[in-house]
Ligand binder design. Structure first.
Ligand code: DAH
Length: 341
C-alpha cells in the first residue's frame, strides 16, 4: 500500500501535460471523487497500526502535491492559450475609422475672433440673453418710443414687458461699464435674437461679438488701427478697410466698416456686388451719454465700441451663402469643417 502511494507521488512529480484536457484527466484520476486518493483513504483501516502514521502523512502529501500540480499546469496552459489567440491578431491592420464630431463654423470663427483680440489685450465678458430694457436699450441712449428701437425687431417676454431677448451684444458693454472702472478692454461674444422672418439672408437668432475700449485719451485713430489689425488677421495682410459714416444711438460719431473683398481682391465680383468692398461691422466712439449712464466720467474718459456678426465673418471666410445652413445640423455641411479643427 505504501508503495502505491510512493509510486503515485513520483508520478505526480513527473507529470507533464500538453493541454488542459490532460490536466483534467489527471485531476480526475488522482483527486476525483472516484479517484486513487479516495480509494487509498478508504484502505486506511486495513493498514498495519505501526504504518498508519507514515501512510496518513504520505496520503496528505500526495493530495497536496497533486492539487498543486494541477493548479500550476492549468495556469501555465491557460496563459499559453491566451497568447496563442493574440498570435492570430494582425497588429499591422489599419484601425477601423471612428468618426469624431466637428467644430461648428460659428464656434471656429468666434474662437478666432477672441484669439485675435486677446493678443492685443482684450478680455472676454458675457451677459444674459434675456435682458432688461435698461441694458438693451435705455442705457445705450435709445430714448423710450424712439424710432431707433425699431431698427431691431425685438422678441419681448410676454409676462414682463421690461424683459426681452437681447437684440445685440451691446447690452454687455453696459454691464461691463457698470461693474468695472476704466481702463476697460473687452470683447463680448454671444447669441442675439431678432423677430425676423427666416430666409437665406436673415434669421431670428445669430451671433455677435461686441468690442469695447475705454480709457483716457482713446481716439478714433485707435479705433481705426484696432479694426485694421483685426481685418488683416482675419482676411489677410493685403486687406484694406473703409469707414463710412453711419448712425447708432450709442456711438458718436458712428461708422460702418467695409473690408476689401478677399474673393476678387477689390476688383469686383458677385460676392461684393462689384463694389470691391464688403460690409462687416458697425463702430464708433462711445456716446458720452452712455458713459454717464454707466457711471463713467465722460470728461475724463473716452472710448470706442464696435459690433460684428459672427455669421457674416464666417460667411466671408468660408463662402457660406445661406444663413439657414448654420442651424440646420446638416452633417454634409458640418463635415466640411473637419480640417478647420
Ligand atoms: N449693436 C449694433 C447692431 O447690433 C452693432 C454695433 C454698432 C455695435 C456700432 C457697436 C457699435 O458697439 O459701436 O447692429
Amino acid at each position: 500500500m505504501l508503495d502505491t502511494v510512493k509510486q503515485l507521488l513520483k508520478e505526480t512529480a513527473n507529470f507533464e501535460a500538453k493541454n488542459l484536457e490532460e490536466v483534467e484527466a489527471f485531476r480526475i484520476r488522482i483527486l476525483g471523487s472516484k479517484g486513487e486518493l479516495k480509494k487509498l483513504f478508504a484502505e486506511f483501516k486495513n493498514v498495519a497500526a505501526e504504518d498508519k502514521k507514515e501512510y496518513g502523512a504520505l496520503l496528505n502529501q500526495l493530495k497536496n502535491e497533486a492539487q498543486a500540480k494541477v493548479d500550476e499546469l492549468k495556469k501555465s496552459l491557460q496563459s499559453k492559450e491566451k497568447a496563442a489567440k493574440f498570435e492570430d491578431i494582425d497588429l499591422s491592420r489599419p484601425a477601423s475609422y471612428r468618426s469624431i464630431g466637428t467644430r461648428h463654423p460659428i464656434s471656429i470663427t468666434k474662437s478666432q475672433i477672441i484669439e485675435i483680440f486677446s493678443r492685443i489685450g482684450f478680455d472676454v465678458s458675457e451677459g444674459p440673453e434675456i435682458e432688461d430694457d435698461w441694458h438693451n436699450f435705455t442705457a445705450l441712449n435709445f430714448p423710450p418710443e424712439h424710432p431707433a428701437r425699431d431698427m431691431q425687431d425685438t422678441f419681448f417676454v410676454e409676462k414682463d414687458p421690461d424683459l426681452a431677448l437681447r437684440t445685440h451684444t451691446s447690452s454687455v458693454q453696459v454691464r461691463v461699464m457698470e461693474n468695472n472702472k476704466p481702463p476697460i478692454r473687452t470683447i463680448s461674444p454671444g447669441r442675439v435674437y431678432r423677430n425676423e422672418a427666416i430666409s437665406a439672408r436673415a434669421h431670428c437668432f445669430f451671433h455677435q461679438v461686441e468690442g469695447l475700449y475705454i480709457d483716457k485719451n482713446v481716439s478714433f485713430a485707435d479705433l481705426k488701427q484696432t479694426l485694421l489689425y483685426f481685418a488683416r488677421e482675419v482676411f489677410g495682410e493685403e486687406t484694406k478697410i473703409r469707414l463710412r459714416p453711419s448712425y447708432f444711438p450709442f456711438t458718436e460719431p458712428s461708422a460702418e466698416m467695409d473690408v476689401s473683398c478677399s474673393i476678387c481682391s477689390g476688383k469686383g465680383c458677385n460676392v461684393c456686388k462689384y463694389t470691391g468692398y464688403l460690409e462687416i461691422l458697425g463702430c464708433g466712439m462711445v456716446d458720452p451719454n452712455v458713459l454717464e449712464n454707466c457711471g463713467i466720467d465722460s470728461e475724463e474718459y473716452t472710448g470706442f465700441a464696435f459690433g460684428m456678426g459672427v455669421e457674416r465673418i464666417a460667411q466671408l471666410k468660408y463662402n457660406i451663402n445661406d444663413l439657414r445652413l448654420y442651424s440646420e445640423n446638416d452633417k454634409a455641411f458640418l463635415d466640411q469643417f473637419k480640417s478647420a479643427l
